[in-house]
Ligand binder design. Structure first.
Ligand code: DX5
Ligand code: ZN
Length: 220
């Protein structure tokens, strides 16, 4: 993919002013809304659930990129489809029957995503890569925003890109965790197509401008 995409993660938004923050993303240069769903079991944190997501979905004008950090995600595929998710990303580590899960996501009309924890090798996707629209490489351990970027991510992106090309797949690569303008260009050069950014966007003085800066940093 030539054009690089930016996906602000709403996890870092001000939940007391959620509508304002959603509106900011709607009017910004962002491409997707990144939505983190945590169950307190797969990851040691709970984010928000269906009633909140329903309210978010009502106000967003950009594709909902849903990142499920939950066990047994198959139970909720239809629920997220009904909520209007454009992409549904499940964790490799949470799926016993990944191929079946991917089929379920496609059948429900969404794009398929598979997320890999920092310790999970990209070669484990060799037999499913042609069924995956998006591979999300976690560049922090999932569960919390505001953590430090793991440097090993660049090598993983390059190896994944090689696998995608070798298999003739159309899969795009998304990076999630600790993304900022310090690493965005290097990530894009390594082969990343989509950058998720939470704290860097929402904790900045001018989030709209920060999204623009991220965009500009990868556009060259
Ligand atoms: C972490 C989430 C991320 C998180 C990123 O488990 O998947 O999407 O919101 O936040 P930052 O950009 O602050 O690392
Ligand atoms: Zn995420």
């Amino acid at each position: 993919m030539d054009k690089k995409l930016i996906a602000p993660s709403l996890l870092a938004a001000d939940f007391g002013n959620l509508q304002r923050d959603i509106e900011m993303v709607n009017l910004s240069k962002a491409d997707w809304f990144h939505i983190d769903i945590m169950d307190g079991v797969f990851v040691p944190n709970i984010s928000y659930g269906m009633p909140v997501l329903k309210a978010i979905a009502k106000h967003t004008t950009k594709p909902l990129d849903v990142h499920l950090m939950i066990i047994d995600p198959d139970r909720y595929i239809q629920t997220f489809a009904d909520l209007g998710a454009a992409h549904l990303t499940v964790h490799y580590e949470a799926c016993t029957h990944l191929h079946r899960t991917l089929q379920g996501i496609r059948a429900a009309g969404m794009k398929t995503g598979v997320a890999l924890n920092p310790h999970t090798n990209i070669n484990l996707l060799e037999d499913t890569i042609n069924d995956i629209d998006i591979v999300l490489i976690m560049s922090v351990n999932p569960g919390f925003g505001g953590q430090s970027f793991i440097e090993n991510t660049y090598g993983k992106i390059r190896a994944l890109k090689e696998l995608i090309d070798k298999r003739g797949a159309k899969t795009i690569i998304e990076i999630d965790g600790g993304v900022s303008t310090v690493n965005s260009k290097k990530l894009a050069d390594a082969g990343a197509d989509v950058l998720v950014a939470g704290s860097f966007v929402f904790k900045s003085d001018d989030p709209t401008r920060t999204i623009e800066e991220l965009k500009e940093s990868v556009d060259s």
